[in-house]
Design a protein around this ligand. Sequence first.
Ligand SMILES: Nc1nc2c(ncn2[C@@H]2O[C@H](COP(=O)(O)OP(=O)(O)O)[C@@H](O)[C@H]2O)c(=O)[nH]1
Ligand SMILES: [Mg+2]
Length: 366
Amino acid sequence: MDVEDNKAEEDELLTDIIFIGNPGTGKSTLMNCLVGKPLFESGLSFSGSGVTAVLQRQAVPPFRWTDTPGLSDAKMRDQAAQEITKALKAEGEGTEIRAKVFFVITVEAGRFRPVDILTMSLVLEAAPIKYFGIIINKCTKRIYNALNGDQGQEMRSLLFNELPRATRFLYAMKKMEDLEDEDNASIDLPDDFKMFIFQQPANVYRSAEVNEVKAITSEAEREFETRMADMVANFDQEKENLQRSMAQKMAVQAQQMKADKERLETEMRRNMESFKAQQENERLRAKEAHEREMANMREKMTSEKKSADMIAQMMKQMSEQQAATMKAMEKKSEREAAAMRQQMNAMKEMASRPVHVTAPPPCVVM
Ligand SMILES: Nc1nc2c(ncn2[C@@H]2O[C@H](COP(=O)(O)OP(=O)(O)O)[C@@H](O)[C@H]2O)c(=O)[nH]1
Ligand SMILES: [Mg+2]
């Protein structure tokens, strides 16, 4: 196996963290700050097409970070859509992908941008993404408060109405003045944001399950804007419908999470059982090998006419050695079992912990 193979195999074990969003929303900056290294170019773009034209991947085990180009730039739409598809498919047909997907959007003049919502919608339609985070980035104080207050519920219901699926993983990130117009800036992000990223469940799927992400068309954009305007105008009448539809979509995700958690627990339990059986097997094999060795030795010494004393002493030595080996084995086994238990508990905890949500909608039952 050469170095390339090794690398490909190692990459297969990594969980992808994929950031999707339009140019300038702050994807590269967020990822750089999370990792604490300038993995991706970030900064102001005067051409409007964003710094990233193709997807970029950086492995920092246990994760592989992926930065994608935005769909909003009219000239680059087709390419951006292809790059996002590639990002979601990861590499290698048939391999199992584990991916955490985050959309980064912003609020302009009190509204979500149509182009951001269209992007999310097109991506969710193309890929089997059950879990996804939405980072509402660069929130001004006023927007931040609105999102966390009564208006937040209304904004979310409008948002989720346009998406094929809703999500409980929403994070409103305050605008950080230190980052304004910076190139390759790096600051320490809030702890609850780090938790939001690392605790989000990953989607598990195969690349064949990912369809091509469609590019945004001007028509779709216009149509969307009209629909959105209507929705806002008729919000008071539509309010109840919107909230009901949001509750239904949220319940779907909650149900999926419950099922995934149960599957995870069963899998871990099964692993634990087979691990124990394997340990017991190894112990038995070692014991048998030792007994065989003792018998052989006794036979050899008897045929060589060694004194009874000498044989007894030799046997004693061998038994002591064996006892030490068994003890070491047991210790190792205990350590491994403890590590496994710890992992199992961590997984259990992760699956059951209420995940950070900005102003959790009351409809979510976990
Ligand atoms: N004021 C402010 N600026 C930010 C924030 N996050 C990112 N920026 C700036 O926005 C610009 C674009 O960010 P970048 O990460 O390159 O966006 P990308 O195109 O989505 O990857 C950079 O100049 C960043 O310094 C933030 O929270 N507050
Ligand atoms: Mg970027």
